[in-house]
Structure formats: structure tokens, C-alpha cells
Design a protein around this ligand. Sequence first.
Ligand code: TRP
Length: 453
Amino acid sequence: MNPSTRVLTGITTSGSPHLGNYVGAIRPALAASRTPGVESFYFLADYHALVKVTEPARVQRSTLEIAAAWLACGLDPQRVWFYRQSDLPEIPELTWLLTCVAGKGLLNRAHAYKAAVDRNRIGGEDDDTGINAGLFLYPVLMAADILLFNAHKVPVGRDQVQHIEMARDIAQRFNHLYGEHFTLPEAAVEQQVATLPGLDGRKMSKSYDNTIPLFAPREQLKKLIYAIVTDSRMPGEPKDIDGSSVFQLYQAFASHEETAAMRQAFADGIGWGEAKQQLFERIDGEIAPLREHYEALIAHPQRIEQQLRDGAQRLRTKYATPLLHELRAAVGLRDLGAITIWGDGVVELPALQVSSYGKATPLPQFKQYRERDGKFYFKLVDGERVLLQSSGFDSPREAAQWIARIKQEATQLRHDANVGIHLGDTLVGQMGELAVLEDLVGALTALLADGEP
Ligand code: TRP
């Protein structure tokens, strides 16, 4: 298994990169990518963009700008995975597999969907007026983005934390039904400056139209910063840092000491003009070199296109295609030629194919079936090996009760090794033949450790 931590994040390609994206996603993600032992995945979430944007040229433009922004900010496509969501057909394919295990009730609770419904209610409309199914399924598509690469950590803004939790829930449910295929992801919210305020003081977001473009030319950047809404306190009057966009923006770009000095300046009554000037200098100081790089990159869109395609291609070969192969088999989308017919029409399935990086190993399992003698049997198999073979029962219910009892005893066995002997005696008494006890106990323990009830 890969020992590194996989960090993954995406940006929806529905607008121009802004300072909020930079502080909330790009900067922390790139910093994390330089940590040893981290394997990073950064991608352009262009399928997500289609949920909101129906202007094709805008999606294209945004994809180019965001790609150039990540590269300009220091992303090295040879060191981290950099790709475009729509270049991986495995993502929509996985989305469907996950859609079929995601609870509709879970999706009903998604903030973005709920907010849209609430707006309709307030407007006296039908609940779902104007809401496309893409918005409803948005969290599932996002879960597919994350789970396809078994990401451990997902750097996102606070507003996205619920989506990561949903990805966990969906992964858990899938694992429960089909075996341990997915790592459960965790959101990583930068504590200091998780969300940046925009020009009007609300969260900086394209949907509020209050953003400061990341690569606005110097003069425009200055104008925008001067346009940030403040209260009307005069120079000399002490100012609150709480709820001040100017202060919060400053803090996002300044060191500890600079921030402390600014806090003091607020208390001492720094004028808004002066505070904004310092804010501008601080932001421009960090952004100016990146802006230059950005302009050079965006002049050659075909190079960016090539880099994205290359990233996707390598990722598919290394991870996405093998995982989907494994998942298709896990859910039953299988090669029909590989079936063996047992006894009374009972189908024996071949052992799972497991890719080199997937977590899944074929767990031992109980199989119930009916034989030609009309009786009901079960066995415990571990891959090809039969560890336990029952005698015949008159009803499937009896067989199921035995399986339950064995699992029950094996649960205790995890806490008390002596129960193993007891279990062995019981089984030999009732079942007749028995494989090596240790193997049996090992298999049962693995089965139960996997969360099987
Ligand atoms: N929904 C995220 C946003 O709006 C973008 C996104 C799509 C994403 N897929 C993702 C983020 C997977 C992290 C992981 O910000």
C-alpha cells in the first residue's frame, strides 16, 4: 500500500480565479504539496461548473484561467497530479456507482440544495422550481472526485466541509455493501483564514459578485481594495478588527508580527485609507511575481491543454482505470464468462480482482446455497479455499441462524482467545468437517474487523 498521504482539491471552472480561491485553496494546497510524503491531486472541476453555468465560452475561459493560475502559483505538473475532471471518464462512471448507494435523504440535506429550495419557498414557488438534478447530485460527483483517488485530506473552504462529510458517508456505505474499497476522506480547513471576505464583507464568492480577481492588474487591484466596504469611523477613532474585511484580508497575507502591528494600528485609530494602502501593498507584494508568470502562461493555451491531457492520461493508467475495473467487479458488472454454476443453480463468483493500489482485499465470506438434495448449506470461503463447510439444513433460515451464531461467537473471540477453542468444539460437533482452526479463526476475525455485523 502507498504510505503517502493523498491530498486532493478541485476548483469549479465557473469564473475567474479570485483572492478567495488563492487563500482558501490554491495557497494551502500548494504548501501541503511540498510536505514530504504527500501526493497531491489538483483538478479543474469543469463538470461541476455545468451545474451552474450554461455559457460554454465561460466554462472554457474559466478552465484556462484557473489552470494558468495554479501553474503560475507554483504548481509543478511533474511533481503533483494536475488534471481536468472531464478528461477522466472514470469520474462520471464512479458517480453513478455512488449515486446508487447515496441516500436521497442525505442529499436532501445538502446546504446548497436546501438553500435553493428555501429560496423557492420564500418566493412562493414549487420546492424544486429551477433546480436541476445536477445541483442535487453535486455532492455525489464531488464524492467521486475524491474517492476515485482515495484521498485522505481535502483542503476546502468551510462551506464545503459538509460535502466532504457526505463523501465519507457515501464511501462508508459503499464499503459496507461491497468491501473496503475506499479510504474515508477528511476535510482540511485552514484554521486561520478559511474563508476570505469579499468587497461587501460577505464571503468572497463568485455567486455574490464581490470578488477581487487574483490577477487583476496593479491599478485595478488598488481600486478594488479601496472599494472595500468599511464603517464610517474617522481617522483617529479606534476601529474594530472583528468583522472588518480590511483586517481579515490583511491577516490572510501578512505574517504574525505584521498582523499584530495592524491590530494595534486599528486600536490606535488608523484611517481606512491608510489601512487599505497597507493592505494593497501587502497583497500586491505577494501577487505581483505570480501575475507576471500568469501572463506568460496564458499566452500559450495549447501548452496548458497538453499538460492537462498528459496528467489525466497518466492518472488514468496508474489509478483510475484499475480502480474502476475493481469496482465494476465489486458491484457485479462482471465478465459473464467467469461464472461457475454450483449445485442447484447457485452461482459461484470468482475472487475479486484487486488493483495494486486499491485497499480492497477479497474478504473471507459466507456463502449460502442449496444443493441437489434439496437441503440448504453454507460455507465460509477465503478466496479459493473453503474454510468451513456446513452440513445440510432443512431451511435457509436455519443456515442463516448458524452463520449469525458463528459471527456472534467470533465477535467474543476477538476479546477472548479461549472462545476460539469453544467455537471450534461447537463447530466440529455440529458441522462435521473443519479446516484448520487457526485459519478459520483468522478469517472470521478479518471478516469482523472489516465492520461486518
Ligand atoms: N465544490 C468545490 C467548490 O465549489 C469544488 C470541488 C469539486 C471540489 N470537486 C471537489 C473540492 C473535490 C474538493 C474536492 O469549491
